[in-house]
Ligand binder design. Structure first.
Ligand SMILES: Nc1ncnc2c1ncn2[C@@H]1O[C@H](COP(=O)(O)OP(=O)(O)OP(=O)(O)O)[C@@H](O)[C@H]1O
Ligand SMILES: [Mg+2]
Length: 502
């Protein structure tokens, strides 16, 4: 067999990473490219779907070149993606009808308010496991149908496709032959019933979304389509693994047992706990979501705490405030202080997600004195990543009735030792960073490799998980409590801020 490799495409919020793995899970080739973010109005965030596609296929070519292999040597392709981001395109031509509306976009907060006024929160929660929030695709689809001239009529005639980014890429890679998604991505749309495993007719009616726009939902580890050789470097390769980025990271971290949890430190942070075949409802502002479905096996679920802004706050310090020139600098700056000196930064730059769900909260820095320096602001930004994680971790322990014994960490920011140590201190449990920190891409590769028999079983994969570094708590219980209580006071100050402006 000359098919020795798996290609993983991680199409994220700020960039696309492509990795080539061999059977021993060694990274044989890699490539990465950022792409453009559009902020057309305050609170709006868009991407250009055509650019996402052209960047993706270019980065695939670069990763293949880096690995010095031909596309025909691939056994399978796995795709993992920024979730909830909403694309709609013409079925006949594949041309997008509007820029993609990104998960962070708040333009549909008003639609969500109306749904809440109709007391529909428990209806949505009991069917989708989600809260009513602009975060999810459902209200974004509705917004497009309501606001792009003629779109609803065309959608009703069956001329329009909706997809999250995975669907868009499968469509493009297959040369327009497949319009599909996987269970994990479907579970983030606000119109998919995670208990009955179908698009929910009642919710579609509530949001006035015609069924014909929806993709077919298939398992996460399953052949969705083959690539079109005319597009994919002369090769027809099965696209065999698909999962949303956070579920893929949970899979890539080998969190297969119930109660195992990972937190990813990227643009935002997402703490996910595997709850096995049981969908655990949340009373604490967490989400109940589909983790994945492996072939014919039953669907598995996760509890999720979605934090919208963690690493993005560091980017903001770099790109907007310009008080640092690189994210890596933050470690030494934060460590140059003995304490935060009472300075807290609540990075509610796009409102607050779990467990607060306040679309109108805004970024807030409190405790500034004449002696405050940029090191304090930087430290406060890093600390906020850890306090926010504690907020969702506590909610998760209450919901699941499982005490977290440790968390597995991944994502771009885990290289920051200050951050990881402070996280362990504030949580009071150890934080483990695996050898391969690109767990998102790894999870997609595993899902694809399991579907094609490249890897035999999850047990085989589990045996390959290797710990890189481990951080253990060094802070007293009293101090971690005091710091966290003060953080909660700062969060109160950020709440509802943008409403008061009006
Ligand atoms: N040393 C560091 N300290 C703190 N934050 C860092 C550090 N290095 C990177 N980051 C942050 O990590 C984030 C990048 O991580 P990652 O690539 O995992 O993001 P992501 O959310 O997966 O992005 P995408 O959605 O595009 O995949 C950036 O927001 C960056 O500010
Ligand atoms: Mg990512």
């Amino acid at each position: 067999m000359k098919e020795h490799y798996i290609l993983a495409i991680d199409q994220g919020t700020t960039g696309t990473t492509v990795l080539v793995f061999d059977r021993d899970v060694a990274i044989k080739g890699r490539a990465y490219s950022e792409f453009k973010q559009y902020y057309p109005q305050p609170g709006w965030v868009e991407h250009d779907p055509e650019e996402i596609w052209s960047v993706t296929i270019r980065v695939v070519a670069e990763a293949l070149a880096d690995a010095r292999i031909k596309a025909s040597e691939l056994s399978a392709i796995g795709i993992t993606n920024q979730r909830e981001t909403t694309v709609m395109w013409e079925r006949a031509t594949g041309v997008p009808v509007h820029p993609a509306i990104v998960w962070q976009d708040r333009r549909t907060a008003g639609i969500c308010d109306e749904l809440k006024e109709q007391n529909l929160e428990s209806t949505f929660r009991s069917r989708t496991g989600l809260v009513i929030d602009a975060y999810f695709s459902g209200t974004k689809i509705k917004w497009l149908l309501d606001n792009v001239p003629g779109l609803r009529a065309r959608a009703e005639r069956g001329e329009i496709c909706f997809g999250t980014i995975d669907s868009w890429l499968v469509w493009k890679l297959s040369g327009g032959k497949a319009h599909s998604t996987d269970f994990s991505n479907a579970s983030r749309t606000l119109v998919y019933n995670i208990y009955e495993l179908c698009w929910d007719e009642a919710l579609l009616e509530t949001l006035d979304i015609p069924r014909s726009v929806l993709p077919e939902v298939k398992p996460s580890s399953h052949i969705h389509a083959d690539t079109d050789p005319g597009i994919f470097f002369g090769a027809s390769i099965p696209i065999a693994g698909i999962a949303g980025d956070q579920q893929a990271a949970l899979f890539g971290q080998a969190c297969y047992g119930e109660g195992l949890a990972k937190n990813t430190y990227g643009t935002g942070s997402f703490l996910l706990m595997n709850t096995g075949r049981e969908a655990v409802p949340s009373e604490e502002g967490l989400l109940t979501t589909i983790a994945w479905k492996i072939g014919d096996e039953p669907v598995e679920y996760a509890l999720e705490g979605s934090i919208f802004v963690t690493g993005a706050a560091i980017q903001w310090l770099r790109d907007e405030l310009k008080i640092i020139s690189s994210a890596a600098e933050t470690e030494a700056l934060a460590a140059s202080l003995d304490s935060n000196d009472g300075v807290y930064f609540v990075p509610a730059l796009v409102g607050l997600g779990a467990p607060h769900w306040d679309a109108y909260a805004r970024g807030t820095i409190v405790g500034i004195t004449r002696g405050t320096t940029r090191a304090h602001i930087v430290r406060a930004a890093l600390e906020s990543m850890c306090y926010q994680t504690r907020d969702v971790a506590e909610a998760m322990e209450r919901d699941s009735k499982i005490k977290l014994k440790e968390i597995r960490a991944d994502g771009g920011a885990v290289g920051n030792n200050f951050l990881m140590q402070f996280q362990s201190d504030i949580l009071g449990v150890s934080v483990e960073v695996p050898e391969i920190t690109e767990t998102t891409a790894l999870g997609a590769a595993y899902l694809a490799g399991l579907a094609t028999g490249f890897w035999e079983s999850r047990e085989e994969i589990d045996s390959k998980w290797r710990m890189g570094r481990r951080y253990t708590p060094q802070m007293s219980e009293e101090q971690r409590g005091r710091l966290h209580r003060r953080w909660l006071r700062a969060v109160e100050k950020a709440g509802g801020w943008s409403l008061e402006e009006e």
